[in-house]
Design a protein around this ligand. Structure first.
Ligand code: 13P
Ligand code: SF4
Length: 302
């Protein structure tokens, strides 16, 4: 039996659904029931009727699905796949930051631990940070952990944002020079980038989108696109837009953590029911509150 047949057989036996982020390996995206961005995956996670969710992404994504679904078993095929940005802030550090800005609301990007979410008023993703911040009553907003997303969001709000100094090592290494060189190499192509990029990269882009936002935008234009985000998304872009060219803005925009999950780890996870995610109930309830408010806000990209 092929590994793909094994996965499908086990999936049926376990009553499981496979969710995969847009940065996963192409072969993992291809066996998933649903592939999407952070918001889409969280939305899907609350909609699922199956007993088991196998989450192919990085740890905070599987943890969020577990926070939202206390009655389901959420399996992370590779718990070692962590998001370095999420590890750049702790709940203790956020509590101290909040003391420096009494009266400010706290928005936390979903790329964070459940403990950090539990300390926050509301979560956001790259697809709704502007909408979330502008929905708040307070005029001052603490925004953790991504500095670049905070600064991009600041462009579209009159509120004062206090950013944390976290960053995504994969997106932060994209330079303005990469954009300029790729424009020269691919004249006529448009540049779309993720809001986790540096501000000078965002300034040079034609569009700034979450990963699902990029997929949606690609369908509205005939142009070739230079992609300023993790290269895994190019699999879906090519599949959904045959005959079009999608060029990575540079050769090194790879998130090594997103690539840790393979067909073998998905198969083993279903076979051995590992690794189930559990979150302490007091933290889970508070983190769910912040995630529920984000889900109620929905999408909102510029
Ligand atoms: P999206 O929500 O846009 O898919 O981004 C998630 C992420 O981790 C970006 O690095
Ligand atoms: Fe985290 Fe960056 Fe990887 Fe996204 S691409 S999961 S922010 S390290």
């Amino acid at each position: 039996m092929s590994i793909i047949d094994e996965i499908f057989k086990l999936k049926k036996e376990r009553d499981a659904v496979i969710l995969a982020h847009n940065y996963q390996r192409g072969e993992v995206q291809d066996i998933a029931d649903y592939t999407g961005d952070s918001l889409g995956l969280s939305q899907k996670a609350v909609d699922i009727e199956a007993k088991v969710i196998v989450f192919c992404g990085v740890d905070f994504m599987a943890e969020s699905a577990a926070v939202l679904n206390p009655d389901k078993t959420v399996l992370n095929p590779k718990p070692e796949a962590k998001c370095p940005m999420a590890e750049m802030i702790t709940a203790d550090a956020l509590r101290a930051f909040k003391k420096e800005h009494p009266g400010a609301a706290t928005v936390c990007y979903v790329n964070s631990s459940a403990a950090v979410k539990a300390e926050s008023d509301i979560c956001c993703t790259s697809s709704n940070s502007i909408k979330v911040v502008n929905s708040l009553e307070q005029d001052e907003v603490i925004f953790v952990p991504d500095y670049n997303l905070a600064m991009y969001t600041q462009r579209f709000t009159a509120k004062k944002i206090y950013p944390w100094n976290g960053f995504c090592p994969t997106h932060h290494q994209i330079t303005a020079g990469d954009v300029l060189v790729s424009r020269m190499e691919h004249p006529g192509a448009e540049v779309v980038v993720h809001p986790e990029c540096r501000q000078e990269v965002i300034d040079l882009a034609d569009g700034v989108y979450s990963t699902d936002g990029m997929l949606k935008y690609a369908k509205t234009t005939d142009k070739d696109l230079i992609i300023g985000t993790e290269v895994g998304i190019i699999h879906r872009l090519k599949k959904e837009n045959p005959g079009r060219n999608f060029y990575p803005v540079s050769g090194y925009v790879v998130c090594p953590n997103m690539k840790m999950i393979t067909l073998e780890t998905v198969r083993d996870s279903l076979r051995d029911m590992r690794t189930p995610i559990s979150v302490p109930e007091d933290i889970r309830i508070k983190a769910k509150n912040a995630l529920d408010k984000m889900l109620a806000a929905g999408r909102g990209e510029k």
